[in-house]
Ligand binder design. Sequence first.
Ligand code: FAD
Length: 244
Amino acid sequence: MPKSKLNVKLLDLTDNALALIYASCRQCYSAEFGGDIFEKIKEDRKKQAAFIAKIVSSGHESPLEHVKFTFAVEGVSRALTHQLVRHRMASYSQQSQRYVKENDFDYIIPPSIESDPSALEEFGRTMSAIQGSYTRILEMLAKKGVSGEAANQDARFVLPQAAETKIIVTMNCRELLHFFKYRCCARAQWEIRNLAQKMLSVCQENLPEIFSAAGAKCVYLGFCPEGERFTCGRFPVKEANKKT
Ligand SMILES: Cc1cc2nc3c(=O)[nH]c(=O)nc-3n(C[C@H](O)[C@H](O)[C@H](O)COP(=O)(O)OP(=O)(O)OC[C@H]3O[C@@H](n4cnc5c(N)ncnc54)[C@H](O)[C@@H]3O)c2cc1C
């Protein structure tokens, strides 16, 4: 039952991503066939990037939906994935607690607990106690003839939000930019913020023309919309949110 560490791996990215977004933008304003536009400009990244930036900054974001990133994620808690799957413009495949037995589950330790010896001891004790309960419940159910996923699906009710999980997530570029606006913000919970920052780094590495300037909302706005109570101080708070 060891503690677990965040791991994010890019599994797939749409081929010819920039050319595809460019052709999609261009098609809107061109009499030409998109197939021909795509073939002609496939190599000229600078021209594509400049045109895309102009179109996207005007609010015309749907061409970004044609390109998708797929990530495999492990070493995250169920508390994180509960937040992640609230983002509906995405596809998910998550490890099941019905089909996968959790009799030796890994877990995530929040940094505030990890850095406090007493809290850490309490946390570890609780994880061991839960492990014991889970295993004993499975044994009790087995005596009644309930086993396999029928037993797992009920025994899992005692598992903690800290339990480690694995998930594959696919988001298109429009949704990724939206996701980063909210989850790279200092106000986002630390674990999903760490995940968002790792995903952003992968996106910046692979498609800098779209993601180099991406990040929290304030990066685009030039001010913090969160108000004085929640601001991290990176940007000034919007005047309207300031207490008078
Ligand atoms: C700091 C923070 C704190 C939060 N706290 C809470 C909380 O306390 N409780 C809680 O329940 N949630 C909370 N959330 C979750 C939040 O309310 C959203 O559910 C989550 O961030 C997903 O955002 P979304 O709906 O914009 O994204 P997505 O589902 O990814 O959707 C992207 C965009 O598509 C459009 N869209 C998607 N679905 C619809 C629809 N059905 N109708 C119309 N437009 C749609 C919207 O423009 C939306 O912004 C919190 C989020 C953050 C970042």
